[in-house]
Design a binder for this molecule. Structure first.
Ligand SMILES: C[S@@+](CC[C@H](N)C(=O)[O-])C[C@H]1O[C@@H](n2cnc3c(N)ncnc32)[C@H](O)[C@@H]1O
Length: 313
C-alpha cells in the first residue's frame, strides 16, 4: 500500500508511520496550513511554528544542529510531538503559551495567558541601544504596560547601569514580570509597579519611557484571528479608535520625563488615528529593518502639557 502523504495522515497514523523529527515537523506544518492556523506570535510560518513545538516536546534546544532532523524517534517521543502539535490546532493558542516561553531580543521570557506574547518591533530599537535617539545612555527607564517585562528587561540588559521600572495595571501580568526579573537576575535594579497608566508611578524623571500599550481599535479587535483571542483583551483593546491609553500617556508623560527625556510609544495600526488626533505634535515614526510599524518617538519638549490639546480627528 502506498504511504500516505503527511497532509492526509491522522495523528495516530503519524505516530505509527513517521520516523524522524523532520517527518513530524513536515507533518505538523502541513496540518497547521490545512487547518488555517495564524502565525504572528514569534514565528511567521507553519514550518517554524511546527519545529518550535516539536523541539519543545522533545526538550531539545531551538538552535539544534540540522543533522538531528534525520534521527529516528521512538514511539513515546513521536507521541509527545504529535500531541503538542495537535494541541496547537485544537486550542488555537500561540505556541508560546504551550511552551511557556517566548524569545525577545535574544532573551528567554516566561509567559502565560496573563501576558501578551512578546513580539514588539521595539526589540530592534533596544538591540541598537536606541541609536541615534538618546544623547547619553539612560539612567532611569520606565516600561509602561510591561506585560511579561520583555521590553524593560531587555533595556536593562542593554544598559547595565540603568534602573528600570516595569509598570502594568494587571497584577497577574506583574507576577509574570517579577518571575522574569528574577530569571534574569535583575532584582537589584529592575522593579515592578502596579499602576493604571501613571496613576501610581512615584515622582521620577525618566530618561526613557518606552511603552507598548494596548492600541487595537474596535474594528481590528473584531477581525482578529483566534490566536489573539487567547491573549488577555486588557493587553490589546483600547477603545473605538485604539487610543484610549495613548491619550493618557501623552497627557502625563512630560511630568515623568527628564528634560532631555524621550518617549517611545507603539500604536501599531492606530498610527493614522494618533496623527489625526494630535496634528500639532512632531511625531517621529521609526523605521524597522525586520518589520513592524506604528512606533513613534517624542521628546519631552514636544510634550509640555499646554502644547498637546487634542485635535478633532
Ligand atoms: C500590548 S501589551 C504589551 C506587553 C509588553 N510590553 C510586550 O510588549 O509584550 C499592553 C500591556 O499594557 C497593560 N495595560 C492595559 N491597560 C493598562 C493601564 N491602564 N495601565 C497600565 N498598563 C495597562 C496590559 O495589562 C498589557 O500587559
Amino acid at each position: 500500500m502506498a504511504r500516505k502523504t503527511p497532509k492526509t495522515q491522522s495523528a495516530d497514523a503519524a505516530v505509527d508511520e513517521l520516523r524522524t523529527l523532520q517527518d513530524l515537523i513536515d507533518w505538523g506544518a502541513s496540518r497547521f496550513t490545512a487547518t488555517g492556523l495564524w502565525f504572528g506570535h514569534g514565528t511567521d510560518n507553519a514550518r517554524d511554528e511546527a519545529a518550535w513545538l516539536a523541539l519543545h516536546a522533545l526538550s531539545l534546544p531551538l538552535d539544534l544542529d540540522a543533522d538531528w532532523s534525520d534521527h529516528g524517534l521512538d514511539r513515546a517521543e513521536r507521541r509527545r510531538v504529535v500531541e503538542l502539535l495537535e494541541r496547537r490546532i485544537q486550542t488555537r493558542q500561540p505556541a508560546a503559551y504551550l511552551t511557556g516561553e517566548a524569545w525577545f531580543c535574544g532573551l528567554p521570557f516566561l509567559v502565560d495567558e496573563s501576558v501578551l506574547v512578546p513580539r514588539s518591533p521595539i526589540a530592534e530599537l533596544i538591540q541598537e541601544r536606541f541609536e541615534p535617539w538618546l544623547a547619553t545612555p539612560p539612567a532611569r527607564i520606565l516600561d509602561l504596560g510591561a506585560g511579561s517585562g520583555c521590553i524593560g528587561i531587555a533595556c536593562a540588559m542593554a544598559f547595565p547601569q540603568a534602573r528600570v521600572d516595569l509598570s502594568d495595571v494587571s497584577e497577574a501580568a506583574l507576577t509574570v514580570a517579577r518571575k522574569n526579573i528574577e530569571r534574569h537576575q535583575l532584582t537589584e535594579r529592575v522593579h515592578a509597579i502596579q499602576s493604571d497608566v501613571f496613576d501610581a508611578i512615584p515622582p521620577t524623571r525618566y530618561d526613557l519611557i518606552v511603552t507598548n500599550p494596548p492600541y487595537v481599535d474596535a474594528a481590528d479587535l473584531a477581525a482578529m484571528p483566534d490566536e489573539y483571542r487567547a491573549e488577555p483583551e486588557l493587553g490589546l483593546a483600547a477603545g473605538a479608535d485604539g487610543l484610549a491609553i495613548a491619550h493618557r500617556i501623552l497627557a502625563d508623560a512630560a511630568r515623568y520625563l527628564a528634560d532631555d527625556g524621550v518617549l517611545i510609544m507603539e500604536v501599531g495600526n492606530s498610527e493614522t488615528a494618533l496623527q489625526q488626533a494630535y496634528p500639532q505634535l512632531p511625531f517621529i515614526w521609526l523605521e524597522f529593518e525586520w518589520g513592524g510599524h506604528g512606533v513613534c518617538l517624542l521628546q519631552k519638549r514636544d510634550l509640555v502639557a499646554d502644547s498637546i490639546p487634542r485635535g478633532e480627528g
